[in-house]
Ligand binder design. Structure first.
Ligand SMILES: [Cu+2]
Length: 185
């Protein structure tokens, strides 16, 4: 009787932990990726992806190093910066004075599920010249210090603590069961 209820309690804990893990994943709504200079442009910065509730993502680009005020086309492409597919997947607002904000019709999770990259072209006239690029990958949430390394990690950072809660909770309940069984002898 006790063992059965303990088993049920352990299952409940595990279910709760799993639920919290998913909730935690959904809550990790903002990721920041570095935008690195290409072809000696000296242009670099970062892009922030904010998961909006209606299945869209807001992309905010902030870069420095531009010479002059020519608008620079920016897009999301398939592939990484190293293996970029030249076809434009999602056009972004031209980068002007180092800034660009666009809402795209794709979830952040979908962008993270496959290799994607944000690239910036020199100008409409010189679109074949890439000046900066950032591979979209899960990173530290905005406003929190980066844990360093693991820029390619696809696992949302908030997943681990809740998974830990589930594991520790299950272990605790199991240990309690063993102790009770010993006490019953
Ligand atoms: Cu492009």
């Amino acid at each position: 009787m006790i063992r059965r209820s303990l088993g049920a309690l352990a299952a409940l804990f595990l279910a709760l932990g799993t639920l919290l893990a998913f909730t935690g994943t959904a809550a990790a709504a903002t990721i920041t990726i570095p935008i690195d200079s290409q072809n000696g442009s000296g242009i670099s910065g970062s892009a922030t992806l904010t998961d909006l509730p209606n299945g869209q993502t807001r992309v905010d680009i902030t870069v420095t190093g531009f010479q002059g005020g020519t608008p620079s086309p920016a897009h999301i492409h398939m592939g990484t910066c190293a293996t970029l597919n030249p076809a434009i997947l999602y056009p972004l607002t031209d980068v002007v004075s180092g800034k660009s904000t666009t809402v795209v019709n794709v979830t952040t999770a979908a962008l993270l599920a496959q290799p994607h990259a944000i690239n910036i072209h020199k100008s409409a006239q010189e679109a074949t010249v890439y000046v900066a690029c950032g591979t979209i990958a899960a990173g530290a949430p905005t406003g929190l210090p980066s844990t360093g390394g693991g820029g390619m990690a696809q696992q949302p950072t908030s997943f681990l603590p809740w998974a830990l809660v589930a594991i520790v909770g299950t272990a605790l309940v199991a240990a309690l069961g063993v102790l009770r069984r010993r006490a019953a002898r």
